[in-house]
Design a protein around this ligand. Structure first.
Ligand SMILES: Nc1ncnc2c1ncn2[C@@H]1O[C@H](COP(=O)(O)OP(=O)(O)OP(=O)(O)O)[C@@H](O)[C@H]1O
Ligand SMILES: [Mg+2]
Length: 225
């Protein structure tokens, strides 16, 4: 699904230039569950943003399903992204002014799904993450664990092939964190490919393989299964 070779990303400000990704190479196969670990600032979020086509690299190759996307413009990236990729972030990133139902419905509006089908699909995923009873609540009226379950519902409502998660349990206590890891595991078992950044060795054990990063490069890989 993903084949990255010699990926580079630089951040320039007036005084300094930061090499966030330094000729990084990695591969993720269809159906894999991969954890990405490494110290703060080593480039994990930068890598995930490029994998998710939220940002573009300064050099190297990024094949997504055998298509070179490294030089795609923003419109083409957005098109590929909204049909193929779901995101889960540490800080949930729900829209405060929208209800639970409306937050999860949003990706379906972006992909042009009709209202009746939207309602059916949103209700299906809200049931799956056990938050249907809070469908008319606003994010601020939910616990952290509940908000992250809504975020997972939003990530999967378009049935993406790939889920990218950046420290999905980082703001959760261990019991809510376990629920989110359980949800991700179920999605992976149903065929969704997952790339998850985490600082937690415990969470990483839910994955099949750990890619360890240092200074913008991958350093080792541990196969878990
Ligand atoms: N928008 C930006 N402008 C300038 N530098 C940036 C920007 N985003 C990230 N960086 C730098 O790029 C490097 C990699 O950052 P990144 O956010 O990918 O790290 P990370 O591995 O996700 O860290 P953490 O575990 O703390 O989330 C860091 O040195 C960071 O300071
Ligand atoms: Mg990060």
């Amino acid at each position: 699904m993903i084949k990255i070779t010699g990926l580079e990303k630089l951040y320039r400000t007036e005084e300094v230039e930061t090499v966030a990704l330094n000729k990084l190479s990695m591969e993720v196969k269809d159906g894999e569950f991969v954890a990405v670990m490494g110290p703060s600032g080593c480039g994990k979020s930068t890598l995930l943003n490029i994998l998710g086509m939220l940002d573009d690299p300064d050099g190297g190759s990024f094949l997504f399903n055998n298509i070179e996307v490294a030089h795609f413009n923003e419109r083409k990236r957005a098109d590929l992204r909204k049909h193929n990729i779901g995101f889960v972030f540490q800080s949930f990133n729900l829209i405060d002014e929208l209800t639970v139902f409306e937050n999860v419905e949003l990706p379906l509006i972006y992909t042009g799904v009709k209202a009746a089908e939207r309602k059916a699909r949103v209700e299906e995923v809200l049931t799956k993450v056990q938050i249907m009873h809070r469908r008319s609540h606003f994010p601020q009226q939910l616990s952290g664990g509940q908000q992250q379950r809504v975020a997972v519902a939003r990530a999967v409502v378009n049935k993406p092939k790939l889920i990218l998660a950046d420290e999905p349990t980082g703001n959760l206590d261990s019991s809510n964190g376990s629920e989110v890891m359980q949800l991700l595991t179920e999605l992976n078992e149903a065929g969704t490919t997952i790339v998850m950044v985490t600082h937690s060795e415990h969470d990483a054990r839910f994955s099949h393989r750990i890619i360890r990063m240092l200074d913008g490069q991958t350093v080792t890989e541990n196969i878990l299964i």
